[in-house]
Design a protein around this ligand. Structure first.
Ligand code: ADP
Length: 175
């Protein structure tokens, strides 16, 4: 049942027409490289203004936490910005922080009554999280959350690189 609500695709998350796309942001929410840069470019300058307002209120967004803004010029209505852990040795709570990034994004989706959301492969780019491990955590965390919640109805994992796409499909076919 939960599996029907999950989809794995290859593509560019900025193009998706969903209620919210998730951004793999950094703690400053000021944009950056990778998917973060792509989302800010596609959303336009209003996005960073919304992020600045949040940062004025909360100071910074620590790893594992998430916040929501509008989608600005994106086709998606909202952007949920979450911060994954930087991977060091794996012994600095990285698995827990990565799971929290997914859980808190899902929680915000529920709080905002969102039906469809899309995740990038958080932390697996510049932040260096081993892709297999990150995919296992992402899929297990989302599947468990959907077991206990009716929203979001649909969760899409958007893999930009084919390495992640193949890893996700392998794991997804086994569950
Ligand atoms: P992090 O700092 O969390 O590692 P990155 O943006 O460097 O964030 O990478 C996270 C993932 O996002 C990587 O798997 C990368 O291939 C992917 N990515 C980069 N651009 C896009 C995009 N336009 N759409 C979806 N995923 C993307």
């Amino acid at each position: 049942m939960q599996k029907n609500r999950i989809e794995v695709i290859q593509g560019d998350i900025t193009k998706l027409k969903v209620d919210a796309i998730i951004n793999a942001a950094n703690s400053s929410l000021m944009g950056g490289g990778g998917v973060d840069g792509a989302i800010h470019r596609a959303a336009g300058p209003k996005l960073v203004e919304e992020c600045k307002k949040i940062i004025r209120e909360i100071g910074s967004c620590p790893a594992g936490e998430a916040v929501i803004t509008s989608g600005c010029d994106l086709v998606a209505k909202y952007v949920i910005h979450t911060v994954g852990p930087v991977y060091r040795s794996g012994k600095n709570k990285e698995p827990e922080l990565l799971a929290n990034a997914y859980k808190n994004s899902l929680r915000i989706a529920v709080e905002n009554n969102l039906k469809s959301i899309a995740f990038p492969n958080i932390s697996t780019g510049i932040y260096g999280y081993p892709k297999e491990d990150a995919a296992g955590i992402a899929i297990a965390t989302v599947k468990d959350f959907l077991k206990h919640n009716d929203l979001p109805e649909k969760v899409i994992f958007v893999c930009f690189d084919y390495e992640n796409y193949n890893i996700y499909n392998d794991i997804f076919n086994r569950i």
